[in-house]
Design a protein around this ligand. Structure first.
Ligand SMILES: [Fe+2]
Length: 141
């Protein structure tokens, strides 16, 4: 079993977001495996940067989706995204500047924690809201 793997517990009830979460989890798993495989630091940095850019894009699209269904907790959810991005940036910058060849366990734990709490505990709320209100208009965000 992969260290980071999408399963039905991550289902937020919105196909487009599930697809992006699957890509995101795949990128985290790739990063984890390459980190374990002792690949050169510059390659790890490249993957960290790719992950960051994907997260920026994903959060933007998730926020567009939530706005499209008039999700009432949009502003609070945006703040959580901003906090996650800030933390990811700090961890990434630290790795770039320090002398370690591998990502810190703090970095890996952050990714795991993010997965279990944000996608399962937070993102699923817009899916529940979309279902309750019958609003599921965007298939192409
Ligand atoms: Fe989110």
């Amino acid at each position: 079993m992969a260290f980071f793997e999408w399963n039905s517990a991550f289902d937020v009830g919105v196909d487009a977001m599930n697809q992006q979460h699957q890509i995101l989890i795949g990128m985290m798993d790739k990063l984890y495996n390459q980190n374990s495989a002792n690949i050169p630091k510059n390659q790890l940095i490249k993957n960290v940067d790719e992950l960051f850019l994907f997260v920026v894009k994903h959060f933007r699209e998730e926020e567009t989706f939530m706005a499209s269904i008039s999700f009432p907790n949009l502003e609070a959810h945006k703040k959580l995204h901003q906090n996650l991005l800030n933390d990811l940036k700090i961890l990434g910058d630290d790795f770039k500047q320090n002398h370690e060849e591998k990502l810190s366990s703090e970095f890996i734990i952050f990714l795991k924690f993010w997965l279990s709490t944000h996608i399962i505990g937070i993102d699923n709320k817009y899916g529940i809201y979309a279902k309750q209100t019958g609003l599921m208009p965007l298939q192409n965000v």
